[in-house]
Design a binder for this molecule. Structure first.
Ligand code: PLP
Length: 453
């Protein structure tokens, strides 16, 4: 493709992109295809001869698009949002054009220094204490894994990194019964083992019971096990529960255990001063993650990960073969040492575009409006005789069910709600997902898309 063709197609694509975002409501929110519908339309062999971009673009529209779920649709209320915005998309175009691999300061100084500054901005925006230092990770799953491995190394004085986990010592980790599945995945990968992950019960408001955490840690210590990490959640995936950071931190401080806070979704709401009480006690945590790619209008992927002791993190992950050494290593930040992957995308650019073009006030207005819409929906559910909320709404997340007057059999109610959910999603007009609340099938509804009104 020569430069003229590139320019021509780029303009054509940008027109398509602007129309798509304006008219996304023309599409069914959830893809209405069946398994293999897309695959069977794709040739089994790669093309030998070049094909025109116009043909590929046509196929994108006819083959790919019908198989996409439209996450930017205003009626997307499933899972947690992965919202984006026009400024974020523009920045991604620039990132893709530069196509820089930003593993070290030297491989793109501006990428590193912009990342440093953007993480400082985010830190201020959400009210994290100044002694946290941030980096961008691809996802919250990765950030939690990185925190757990760092906790493991700090607890074993870097012995596990050196000689493996063959010291006859059982390491243990703790999270609430409502913690995200990424915690379980992290303990598997980090060599802690699923059976050494303690699931601490939650109270009626779905926050971890700190006294039960204390009991579990003491029991493990008495059995000569080694507690290394507690993972607390702000905004659990199922029902939006908030673990009590201050109370948990009293336990982790007493036992010298790493405290990691997973605020993947709810963290963005901390830009609203009225929700800051959720991080009461955060100054005693060791690490914290939230996802601008969920609820801060920055397209996937972009996860903001903060630690209080970057030296422990770097000591855990640093590897410097000869071919990666640079003259400035002793005076610069090399983010390749801050996590698992060596190669890094330039993700800070889209944060810069989003934060500058919305301004903090603009971001606050958007997130406040999402919470307000969810609260109004909750009030409507409360007022409807045939519907009920199953938990107190958390920020912009509601769990509710259809409960027709006179139908009280649990199995029948579950079946009715499952049928209702599929009917709604198959209609294409909105997308919601489900969970279970005290064993009852619940419809889970989240407000968080950029253009939801
Ligand atoms: N933690 C929580 C509380 C979540 O809700 C999610 C995803 O929804 C994750 C972690 C995983 O996020 P990611 O996809 O960034 O790994």
């Amino acid at each position: 493709m020569n430069s003229d063709d590139f320019r021509h197609h780029a303009h054509e694509f940008v027109d398509w992109m602007a129309d798509y975002l304006d008219q996304v409501e023309r599409f069914p929110v959830k893809a209405q295809v069946q398994p293999n519908d897309v695959l069977t339309q794709l040739p089994t062999d790669p093309p030998i001869r070049p094909e025109p971009v116009s043909q590929v673009f046509e196929d994108f529209q006819s083959v790919i698009l019908p198989g996409m779920t439209h996450w930017q649709h205003p009626n997307f209320h499933a899972y947690f949002p992965a919202n984006s915005s026009r400024p974020s998309v523009l920045a991604e175009m620039l990132t893709a054009t530069l196509a820089a691999q930003c593993m070290s300061w030297e491989t793109s100084p501006a990428a590193t220094e912009l990342e440093i500054r953007m993480l400082q901005w985010l830190q201020q925006m959400i009210g994290l204490p100044g002694d946290f230092i941030g980096s961008i990770q691809d996802t919250a799953s990765t950030a939690t894994l990185v925190a757990l491995i760092t906790a493991r190394e700090r607890a074993t004085t870097y012995r596990a990194n050196d000689s493996g986990l063959n010291h006859g010592e059982e390491l243990t980790a703790y999270c609430s019964v409502d913690a995200h599945s990424s915690v379980e995945k992290a303990v598997k990968i980090a060599g802690i083992g699923q059976r050494n992950l303690r699931r601490i019960p939650v109270d009626r408001s779905h926050g971890m019971i700190a006294s039960a955490l204390e009991d579990a840690i003491v029991k493990d210590i008495e059995a000569s096990r080694h507690p290394i990490c507690v993972i607390g959640t702000l905004g659990t995936t199922s029902v939006g529960g908030f673990d009590p950071i201050r109370e948990m931190s009293q336990v982790t401080t007493r036992h010298n255990v790493w405290l990691h806070i997973d605020a993947a979704w709810a963290g963005s709401a901390l830009i609203l001063p009225e929700h800051r009480q959720l991080i009461d006690g955060i100054e005693h945590a060791d690490s914290f993650v939230f996802n601008p790619h969920k609820w801060l209008f920055t397209n996937f992927d972009c996860s903001a990960f903060f630690v209080r002791d970057p030296e422990a993190l770097i000591e855990t992950f640093r590897i410097t073969p000869e071919y990666l050494k640079t003259r400035q290593d002793s005076v610069v930040t090399n983010y390749r040492d801050w996590g698992i992957q060596l190669g890094r995308r330039f993700r800070a650019l889209k944060l810069w575009f989003v934060i500058r073009t919305y301004g903090l006030e603009g971001l606050r207005t958007k997130i406040r409006s999402h919470i307000q819409m969810a609260q109004e929906t909750a009030a409507a559910i409360d007022a409807a005789p045939d519907f009920e909320l199953l938990v107190t709404p958390a920020l912009s997340l509601l769990c509710f069910r259809y409960h027709p007057v006179g139908v009280d059999d649990a199995t029948q109610l579950d079946a009715l709600n499952e049928a209702l959910l599929h009917r709604l999603n198959d209609s294409g007009s909105l997308y919601v997902t489900h969970t279970r609340v005290d064993d009852a099938y619940a419809i889970r509804f989240v407000v968080g898309q950029t253009d939801t009104e």
